[in-house]
Write a protein that binds this ligand. Structure first.
Ligand code: 5AD
Ligand code: SF4
Length: 465
């Protein structure tokens, strides 16, 4: 067990609240803000927190980027395309600023957490006003105030990587669905992955804090909570107390109707967790279990620390305990040195597991990771061909899985009306599949019983029963 990371002190949080109050009273403060979010659910949730903090400083959300007084980019750097997209848009704000020099531009998130990035922004992009990393969200008031006061060095300061903070205001995007962080960071060091470098070491939140937050959410009308962590299965190992299955157990006592969680590393998927998932009625029949590859040699080079056999064994155990479970995954093709035979093993894994759906990626080298130094880069046309074959195989399986669900009953949390047809409600089944059915607006936020009658390419059609 490592020394647990101590949460940021109450005094520090209090002093940030005071700075927020100072900003709120300033006549030159921005009145409206617009946050642009890239990347995963962690970032989506961080943006909800950033929104909550900005509102507490007296600002209102602007739906239009070009009208906001403050534009904040919450960036991702998991693959080159995510990074390039963010940088392109950050650079473009220079044009908006030419017309509206009072505009403030901030950059946060995973790119901003990277070593040397804040310095690069400060020196090369004078139109950017402030920056802070993923571990420094609570410092937003300090960075913003520095920007308003023209203290550029302070506005781009870089602090600690592995902080843990509690009690920041959150502006949720949905009244009945909420994200809840259970842990931050990752210690796995998969050889392709930048996350440990930009989200810091693994640190679990105290179980009581998590339960307290969940209780408040339930009281507020939240029906479904998505627990977030880079590797939720190792929750608690740094604290040496409760583990993830204990946490799930404790959370079901809050009365929350639905619990989902991501992401699970297959190497840490314990029998206790599978049992808890099977026994706990609040836990949805869904698991995202990234395999990354079906080849033992590639898994080894990726430093995933499990084999194809181990993975398939976990899938078997899950399906034995929870026959109706919907599995989804992440897969990377064209890892350095991946041969056609090794790729075919990934393809055969997909056929063997029969996932509900899969996120497929072409390997993207990330500076600072072990794999970036590997030889054997795969030619782009080979990588594209592989990903296309993989997507085609998964699309066929998805269609077959959806087809097999027709005729079954399901419970759907009605999230809103369908974009195409206002009379159709849309939501997710416990298995995690999007489902559309005829309903009325007053049912939004309720869990509705339906019978599945048909399928689209990634969705189910149903009628209420
Ligand atoms: N290149 C391609 N895909 C990556 N992922 C993570 N790092 C990389 C990379 N360097 C994928 C993995 C992970 C998902 C979030 O992104 O599949 O599970
Ligand atoms: Fe999420 Fe990783 Fe992208 Fe950060 S780098 S936003 S943790 S996917």
């Amino acid at each position: 067990m490592r020394d647990a990371v101590r949460p940021v002190s109450r005094e520090e949080m209090e002093s940030q609240r005071e700075l927020a109050e100072q900003i709120r009273k300033r006549p030159d403060r921005p009145r409206t803000y617009h946050i642009i979010t890239y990347g995963c659910q962690m970032n989506a949730h961080d943006s909800e927190t950033l929104g909550g903090m900005l509102e507490s400083m007296g600002m209102n959300k602007s739906l239009e980027r070009d009208e906001a007084d403050l534009i904040l980019f919450n960036t991702c750097c998991i693959r080159d395309n995510a990074e390039r997209r963010a940088m392109g848009n950050i650079i473009f704000t220079k044009e908006i600023k030419k017309k509206r020099p009072e505009l403030l531009v901030g950059v946060c998130g995973c790119l901003a957490q990277q070593e040397g990035f804040a310095e690069k922004l400060r020196t090369r992009y004078p139109h950017v006003d402030f920056s802070f990393g993923t571990g420094e969200i609570y410092l937003l008031p300090q960075r913003l105030l520095s920007a308003l006061e023209g203290r550029r060095e302070d506005a781009f300061q870089r602090g600690e990587d592995s902080t843990l903070y509690e009690g920041l205001p959150v502006l949720r995007t949905s009244p009945f669905f909420a994200y809840l962080n259970v842990m931050y960071g990752c210690d796995n060091f998969c050889s392709y992955c930048i996350v440990p470098m930009v989200r810091g070491r693994e640190r679990s939140r105290d179980l009581r804090e998590i339960v307290k937050e969940a209780e408040a959410l339930v009281k507020d009308g939240v029906k479904e909570i998505m627990l977030l962590g880079q590797n939720v299965n190792s929750y608690g190992t740094d604290l040496g107390k409760a583990r993830f299955h204990d946490l799930l157990h404790a959370l079901s006592d809050t009365g929350v109707k639905r619990l989902r969680f991501m992401t699970s590393n297959p190497k840490d998927l314990s029998d206790e967790l599978i049992r808890e998932m099977a026994d706990n009625p609040a836990v949805c029949l869904q698991l995202h279990l990234p395999a990354q590859s079906g080849s033992d040699a590639v898994l080894k080079a990726m430093n995933r620390r499990y084999t194809r056999d181990w993975y398939l064994n976990r899938v078997r155990a899950l399906r034995e305990a929870i026959p109706e479970i919907g599995l989804t995954t992440d897969l990377i093709v064209a890892f350095p040195g991946e041969t056609e035979e090794q790729f075919l093993e990934t393809l055969s894994l997909v056929h063997e597991v029969r996932y509900d759906s899969a996120f497929t990626f072409i390997y993207s080298p990330r500076t600072g990771t072990a794999a970036a130094k590997l030889e054997g880069r795969i030619a782009p046309e080979v990588a594209t061909d592989r990903i296309q074959r993989l997507i085609k195989a998964q699309d066929e399986i998805t269609a077959e899985v959806l087809h097999s669900l027709i005729g079954q009953e399901a419970l759907v949390l009605a999230e809103g009306t369908s974009k195409r047809d206002q009379k159709q409600l849309t939501g997710k089944t416990a298995r995690g599949t999007a489902c559309n059915f005829l309903g009325s607006a007053d049912q939004i936020g309720q869990i509705v019983k339906v019978k599945i009658t048909g399928q689209g390419s990634n969705t189910l059609k149903a009628i209420q029963i």
